[in-house]
Design a protein around this ligand. Structure first.
Ligand code: S3P
Length: 445
């Protein structure tokens, strides 16, 4: 595994020839967090292959050790996690530091609330600015005590109730992190915990809980299963389960868009997770005229997987409606870059959540595209990009955000002048060997 911290922090990528070859995307971040967490709550030893060894997931592994799991990485790259069962989790001796990881922090808040233990949660400057009340408010309904000084942000301490209550909630925000935190807390409650989603979000927690032996069901209705009621039977006894982590579609987004915008390119992205709650970008790019084929489709760890065959395409602008936002919420920076090379206007609606991700992604994308000659405008919860042949030439401020950095590095592969980003060190949170992987298909740094 490479070390991006050894690189100069500012960087750019160029393509002097078409991109070509096979591209192996790193393990899915959402599934990696969940595999470590559920293996910790289970009895027995789970083996995890293909775990994403990015900083975010490593922070979750550290937190799971502090809660009592035995975790080791074998020489062949397989991670072994011996869990402690729900009753065996212990109050950690030190604060749980989640660094940049919102997923790790929010999911483990649910674990702590349901396990009758207490933990302090901390994170880096970016994570400490992000809203946590969306998770702590429902967790308080289980009887957990929340001490955050009224900020709704980190640092905060959660003390789970001795007898957590099962809750029945309808979150206002479409968020898999909120849903997952409530379900993980529900494992420790007697009776049924119910989450009623107005719009379905990624369902990896539900899929993996079922694999580990929990009784969980989903009732979906409406267009494209818009509504979703998840019911979990509490006091579940989770049993160890081996997990093969598929490739992350949110990381695949970058070589995917790169192949579409660099003339003459053809890539095969291997082993990509194509859960219907995660493949919104592929569907949007296909509608834009992108030549993307799913080959070798199969199921692994309860999830649909395929290779993606993608080649350079003449893209055209489209309307991206708000109802698809949860299925591609992390992919809008990459989509905006693709839109900058498309003929006509792409309008993306219902994406206010982008303002509270690792950075304010609407503002960061707008500033980066505009500086590089693209006609763009961000609204409170929307983005309009009118494409063409962007001139590039500017340095983009990444605001400590890995996906902003990777999106603009990809943009620079096809602009007239190179696009520099001010920092790349944080790319290690989700894609530790990004530069090496891009170099392997012909992108030069
Ligand atoms: C994630 C859910 C999404 C996503 C994040 C990972 C998860 O957040 O942006 O990167 O693993 O559950 P929200 O559910 O808060 O939208």
């Amino acid at each position: 595994m490479s070390d991006t911290s050894a690189r100069p922090s500012a960087a750019f990528l160029r393509a002097s020839a078409p991109l070509a070859g096979d591209f192996r995307v790193p393990g899915d971040k959402s599934i990696s967090h969940r595999a470590l967490i559920l293996a910790t709550m289970a009895t027995g030893t789970s083996r995890i292959t293909g775990l994403l060894e990015g900083d975010d997931v490593l922070a979750t592994a550290d937190a799971m050790r502090a809660l009592g799991a035995q975790i080791s990485r074998r020489d062949d790259g397989v991670w072994e996690v011996t869990g402690c069962g729900p009753a065996g989790l212990k109050t950690p001796a030190r604060p749980l530091d989640f660094a940049n990881s919102g997923t790790g922090a929010r999911l483990v808040m649910g674990v702590v609330a349901g396990a009758g233990i207490s933990a302090k949660f901390t994170g880096d400057a970016s994570l400490s600015r992000r809203p946590m009340a969306r998770v702590t408010l429902p967790l308080a309904l289980t009887g957990a005590q929340i001490e955050d000084g009224g900020t709704g942000k980190l640092p905060l301490t959660i003390t789970g109730a001795a007898t957590p209550l099962p809750i029945d909630v309808t979150p206002e925000i479409a968020s898999a992190q909120v849903k997952s935190a409530i379900l993980l807390a529900g494992l420790g409650a007697a009776g049924h915990t119910i989450v009623r989603e107005k719009h379905i979000t990624r369902d990896h927690t539900e899929n993996m809980l079922a694999l580990f032996g929990a009784k969980i069901s989903s009732q979906r209705s409406g267009a494209e299963n818009a509504e979703n009621i998840v019911t979990l039977e509490g006091h579940a006894r989770l049993r160890a389960h081996d997990i093969a982590v598929p490739g992350d579609p949110s990381s695949a987004a970058f070589p995917l868009v790169a192949a579409l915008i660099v003339p003459g390119s053809t890539l095969r992205l291997k082993n990509v997770l194509l859960n219907p709650q995660r493949d919104g970008l592929i569907r949007a790019l296909t509608r834009m005229g992108g030549n993307i084929k799913r080959v070798n489709e199969r199921m692994e760890a309860g999830e649909p997987i395929a290779d993606l065959q993608v080649s350079h395409s003449a893209l055209k602008g489209i309307e991206v409606e708000s109802d698809v936002a949860p299925s591609m919420i992390d992919e809008y920076p990459a989509l905006a870059v693709a839109a900058a090379f498309a003929e006509g206007t792409t309008h993306m609606a219902g994406i206010g959540e982008l303002r509270v991700k690792e950075s304010d992604r609407l503002a960061a994308v707008e500033a980066g595209l505009r500086a590089n000659g693209v006609d763009v405008e961000a609204g409170a919860d929307s983005l309009r990009v009118t494409g063409g042949a962007p001139i590039g030439g500017a340095c983009v401020t990444t605001h400590d955000d890995h996906r902003i950095a990777m999106a603009f590095l990809v943009m620079g592969l096809a602009t007239q002048n190179s696009v520099r980003v001010d920092d790349t060190t944080m790319i290690a949170t989700s894609f530790p060997n990004f530069f090496e992987a891009m170099a392997s298909i012909g992108a030069q740094s």
